[in-house]
Structures are given as structure tokens and as C-alpha cells.
Ligand binder design. Structure first.
Ligand code: ADE
Ligand code: ZN
Length: 326
């Protein structure tokens, strides 16, 4: 019982959390009511029972439907604030929140509404809960690069509230190369770059996330184990992988948690971290991800310290904060 207690109590950073994936069914229904949005589910229970996924796309369809209840600045604030309060309970000292603006701007919600609400949640959570946080704008890879450029244009006035950009949504058939130019523009603007790669997609997508997008971290990246040369590079360059065990389980990337390769990644010297991805959909926040994957794969206290240290080291927090946490 000492290991689960250590996992829960240790300070950690969460680097892979889609804020729209923190919307609990109860909040989806409350916001639908508040905003007069009609949902294709009769009740919280009916919605929750639809959370039976077979792959990434089957999840994304429900995830985008859930996000349709978000209309006003207050909605984005409430969502962000609820996640940060929950993360603080898991001893998350620092969180980097992904958000998907195109999911909202496509419904007529202004970029200012999205960023304004989330940023206010981050500022207030720091003052009231002592948790530090930052925002990473993700481009939806199933949409065009032109659409991504338009989204970057809309975000220009708010770049002081965003630390970086990411790439998410349907991976297969949408390689990183598709977004080479928009990522180059983002880097020139001084934004950090990360990308989902090697969740369901091949190791080649991890190579191009690094070489073409110049991603500083790889989100998921668990398919790297199928490419020995890539493993050596990730280890040598200390490129962090933001691994999400319960997500991988629920989206059937691994048939069981016992077969998850987190231990293999760590033992090969990779800077892996543990994260929740979309906790409202995958059955657990960050500590649940830690305790379940440790129990299933026999990881040790030594791995726990390594994972916590990796999470701060790989974060985009100011160096002074990192040194303090480590
Ligand atoms: N958007 C939200 N969660 C995601 C995931 N696990 N992979 C790709 N896109 C996502
Ligand atoms: Zn993700």
C-alpha cells in the first residue's frame, strides 16, 4: 500500500490533458440545460453508457458531440476551473492544457471566448489553489492546413496567453507533413511545438513530428517501440513522451493494461511521463492512471520518481519553477 500512497502524494506535472476531455457527463448536461442545447442522449446515464470505444475515431465522434454544449466564456472558465481543482487534488503542481479551438469556432464561438475563459481559469486557479498552468492550442489534423492557418490568424491577438501549439484528432491518414508550414510559422512566432504521434499511427509519424514539425515532445508515442533506431534517438535526445495509459486501454491501443509498454519505454531510457488525456471519458484522472498502470505492470518507486521528475523536466514552465519542483 506504500506505492499507491507515494504515487498519489508525489508532486507531478500533467502535460497531456485535452480540456474538452475533462467535461464530465454531469457538466455536459448542466451546460446543455444552461445554454438550451439539445443533446442526442436522454440522460447522464445514457451518455455515459455510450462511452464504449473501439478505437480513436469512435471516441472522437462522442468527444466532439460533448463539446457542443460550450458556448460562452463562463462555460470555458467553468470547465477549466473544474479540471484544475481536480488536478490539484491529485498533487499536480503544473498542468499544460490542450484545447481544440476549431471544435468551437466552427460552431460560431469566438476565439476570444475560448481563450478568455480558459485563461481566466488558469489565473484564478494559481491564486486560489496554488496550481500553475498554461495553454497549448491544438490544430485538428483531420482538417486542412489552410484551416489551421486561419485558426492561427484568429489566435494572433491572444498569443500572450498561449505557450505552444499541438496537433491532435484522427491520426491515421493525416501525417505531420500536412502541417509543416503552419508549424514553421508558429515556431517563428516563439511558440513551443508538440504533436500527437504514434498513438495509433506508425513510427514514421513520430520521425516526421520531430524532423518536419520540430516537435519538442511527442504525445503518446507508444508505437516507437517498433522502431529501434527511433528508440535510440528519443533516448539520446531526451524527447519526452506524454503517455496516457487508461486512454490507450480504452481506445484499444493495448489489449490490457498489463501489456502496456510504459515500463519498456522507461527501461530503454526514454523520458516518458504519465497523463490522463481525456479523463472524463477514459475513467480516471492522473493519479488513477499512475496507480492502475503501476499495479498492472509492476513498476517500482524508482520508476515513480523518474516519471515525476520527467514531467517537470519536459514541461514548458519557467526554469526557476522546474528547479523548485524537482
Ligand atoms: N483529442 C482528444 N484526445 C485525443 C487523443 N487521444 N488522440 C488524438 N486526438 C485527441
Ligand atoms: Zn491526446
Amino acid at each position: 500500500q506504500r506505492l499507491p500512497a507515494l504515487l498519489r502524494a508525489m508532486p507531478k506535472a500533467e502535460l497531456h490533458i485535452h480540456i474538452e476531455g475533462s467535461l464530465e457527463p454531469e457538466m455536459i448536461f448542466a451546460l446543455a440545460q444552461r445554454n438550451g442545447v439539445q443533446l442526442p442522449y436522454a440522460s447522464v446515464e445514457a451518455l455515459r453508457s455510450a462511452y464504449a470505444f473501439t478505437d480513436l475515431q469512435s471516441f472522437l465522434d462522442i468527444y466532439y458531440a460533448g463539446a457542443s454544449v460550450l458556448l460562452h466564456e463562463q462555460d470555458f472558465y467553468d470547465m477549466g476551473r473544474a479540471y484544475l481543482a481536480r488536478a490539484a487534488m491529485d498533487n499536480v503542481a503544473h498542468a499544460e492544457l490542450f484545447f481544440d479551438p476549431q471544435t468551437h469556432t466552427a460552431r460560431g464561438v469566438a476565439m476570444e471566448t475560448v481563450v478568455g475563459g480558459l485563461h481566466r481559469a488558469c489565473v484564478e486557479a494559481r491564486a486560489e489553489l496554488g496550481i500553475s498552468s498554461a495553454l497549448i492550442l491544438c490544430f485538428l489534423r483531420h482538417l486542412s492546413e489552410e484551416d489551421a492557418f486561419a485558426t492561427l490568424e484568429q489566435a494572433q491577438p491572444y498569443l500572450d496567453k498561449i505557450i505552444g501549439v499541438g496537433l491532435d484528432s484522427s491520426e491515421r491518414g493525416h501525417p505531420p507533413e500536412k502541417f509543416a508550414r503552419v508549424f514553421a510559422r508558429c515556431r517563428a512566432l516563439g511558440l513551443h511545438a508538440v504533436a500527437h504521434a504514434g498513438e495509433e499511427g506508425p513510427p514514421a509519424y513520430i520521425w516526421s513530428a520531430l524532423d518536419v514539425l520540430k516537435a519538442e515532445r511527442i504525445d503518446h508515442g507508444v508505437q516507437a517501440v517498433h522502431d529501434a533506431l527511433l528508440m535510440q534517438r528519443l533516448a539520446r535526445e531526451r524527447i519526452a513522451l506524454t503517455v496516457c495509459p487508461l486512454s490507450n486501454l480504452k481506445l484499444r491501443v493495448f489489449p490490457s493494461l498489463a501489456q502496456h509498454n510504459l515500463r519498456q519505454l522507461l527501461d530503454a531510457g526514454l523520458a516518458a511521463t504519465v497523463n490522463s488525456d481525456d479523463p472524463a471519458y477514459f475513467g480516471g484522472y492522473i493519479n488513477e492512471n499512475f496507480t492502475q498502470v503501476f499495479a498492472a505492470t509492476g513498476l517500482t518507486a524508482r520508476h515513480a520518481y523518474q516519471l515525476a521528475w520527467n514531467s517537470f523536466e519536459a514541461s514548458f514552465a519557467p526554469e526557476a519553477d522546474k528547479r523548485r519542483w524537482e
